[in-house]
Design a protein around this ligand. Structure first.
Ligand code: NAD
Length: 472
């Protein structure tokens, strides 16, 4: 899509950022810190309103979940950038090959320019602020497209950003999938997309037309593998906790569990005990989240009905009502060994349904994971260090938490991102700074150097020198 074919307001917003970039291409630390501080204040001042807006978009998202899984990690990302950004942006000393001494070399991080960020609906705040903090600390100008499925949050965030930032520093774009597609076709210097794998493919195709580099933070089916002998009560508690957070609408939620065949019944009981003690009021529990909208509720209900109709045993995790279509809520359930071609086994579930896949030998479980598209996350429950090391060496995944769930995402020092079908590139901490920077290699020639030896016509001395260089 050419710039002339884009809606004038979108093209203008982009041109305005590009002009500001040309006028001030390399913001100093004070400018970057000021932007990050404004972001920090925005979060602190608007926290209650943001929580309320997200609650309204979900039709019931517990405030504590938004605080824990969105506000806190967002603040961590901004504070980390403020704490370390000056060091990240400093030139990084690099070695020079011995033949070039006394020259010197360095890697100089430069802002990429105008970057785009596309945000999904499931953690709308954290998936705005996390990438944004990384893009700002790296000195970029930023345009963000928010999800059409979070209209209250998107309207509030647009208003807050307009109050705290000039449009040439940071600008929010709202609208449907058509606007998102136009947004992805802007000639950004980098585009970070968080969302589904099918839409990720479209984003990459649109970016390719401009040779815009992409970071794709996608989804997929993330397995939890419980190995023989691992304490089941602990594994069940950690897996249930991760699956019920945000009612399973989490990119790194365990999508299915690989379990030793003889452990299914004890796992079911442990999972039920854990879910019922955590959410005593079941579907009406104040700590349980609604499904984002009726369409997604219907998708999950259809998946559950399909598995049941095909003879899958369904083990409910809550007592009492299992569905509330008016509030788009669905109770969590374990699905015991559903047919491989069922919806729940084919597509990312993104809800509180959890298939259990029995296995006979750990090697079979590993082969099962290996035979499928690379997942965004892997949860490996094991007390055997040698077997764990083997799993970590041989199973591909975007990220891994061993003997727990979700927590690798909360480590700012770990790169966060997918692999294969679950995405490409990464961010968080300095990894995010580097993603949004051009790490420019610079070679500084010394006054005294031997380059004149290497000019044609090539001398005998040069030939001897080259022979020496080839030997050492
Ligand atoms: P989605 O792919 O449907 O939409 C994501 C965003 O893309 C939305 O803002 C939408 O407006 C936009 N979009 C739609 N069509 C587009 C197009 N043609 N070009 C550009 N943008 C377009 O995803 P979703 O339903 O909002 O989110 C759920 C998915 O996101 C799940 O697959 C989940 O695993 C994944 N996810 C991944 C991460 C991660 O960090 N890897 C985090 C959260 C969610």
């Amino acid at each position: 899509m050419n710039m002339q074919d884009l809606p004038p307001a979108l093209a203008l917003a982009f041109e305005c950022q590009r002009a500001a970039l040309a006028a001030a291409p390399a913001p100093d630390w004070a400018t970057r810190a000021d932007r990050l501080q404004r972001l920090q204040h925005l979060l602190a001042d608007a926290e209650p309103a943001l929580i309320q807006a997200i609650d309204a978009d979900f039709g019931g998202r517990p405030a504590i979940e938004t605080e824990l899984a969105e506000v806190w990690p967002s603040l961590e990302a901004v504070k980390g950038a403020l704490r370390h950004g000056r060091r990240w942006m400093a030139p990084r000393k690099a070695g020079v090959a011995k033949w070039f001494i006394p020259a010197r070399a360095e890697v100089l991080p430069q802002p990429l320019g105008v970057v785009g960020i596309i945000v999904p609906w499931n953690y709308p705040l954290y998936l705005t602020i996390g990438p944004l903090a990384a893009a700002l600390v790296a000195g970029n100008r930023v345009m963000i497209k928010l999800s059409e499925l979070t209209p209250a949050y998107s309207a509030l965030m647009s208003q807050l950003v307009t109050q705290s930032f000039s449009a040439d520093e940071l600008c929010i774009v709202t609208g449907g999938a058509d606007v998102a597609a136009q947004f992805a076709s802007l000639p950004f210097n980098h585009l970070l997309f968080t969302g589904s794998t099918p839409v990720g493919r479209k984003v990459m195709a649109a970016a390719a037309a401009n040779l815009t580099p992409v970071t794709l933070e996608l989804g997929g089916k993330s397995p939890a593998v419980v190995t023989p002998g691992y304490p089941l009560a602990h594994a069940a508690q950690r897996i249930v906790a991760a699956k019920l957070l945000n009612a399973g609408q989490t990119c790194i939620a365990p999508d299915y569990v690989l379990l030793p065949r003889d452990q299914i019944q004890p796992f079911v009981e442990a999972a039920q005990a854990s879910a019922r003690s955590g959410y005593p009021a079941g579907l009406d529990d104040a700590d349980f989240c609604s499904i984002i909208n009726t369409r997604h509720q219907q998708r999950l209900v259809a998946d559950l009905d399909e598995a049941a109709a095909r003879g899958t045993v369904i083990e409910p995790l809550f007592e009492g009502p299992q569905r509330d279509d008016a509030r788009h809520r669905i109770a969590p359930a374990l699905l015991i060994d559903p047919p491989a071609d069922c919806g729940v086994m084919r597509d990312e579930i993104f809800g509180p349904l959890l298939p259990i896949v029995p296995y006979d030998r750990v090697e079979d479980a590993m082969a099962y994971v290996n035979a499928r598209p690379h997942p965004l996350a892997l949860y490996w429950f094991d007390r055997d260090a040698k077997r764990t090391a083997l799993a970590l060496r041989t199973l591909p995944a975007g990220g891994v938490t061993v003997n727990d769930t979700l927590l690798h995402i909360a480590q700012e020092d770990l790169p966060f991102g997918g692999v294969g079908a679950s995405g490409m590139g990464h961010y968080h901490g300095q990894w995010g700074f580097d993603t949004f920077s051009k790490l420019m290699p610079v070679f500084h020639q010394a006054r005294a150097n031997g380059m004149s030896l290497f000019l044609p016509p090539y001398s005998a001395t040069m030939r001897q020198m080259l022979a020496l260089m080839k030997r050492f």
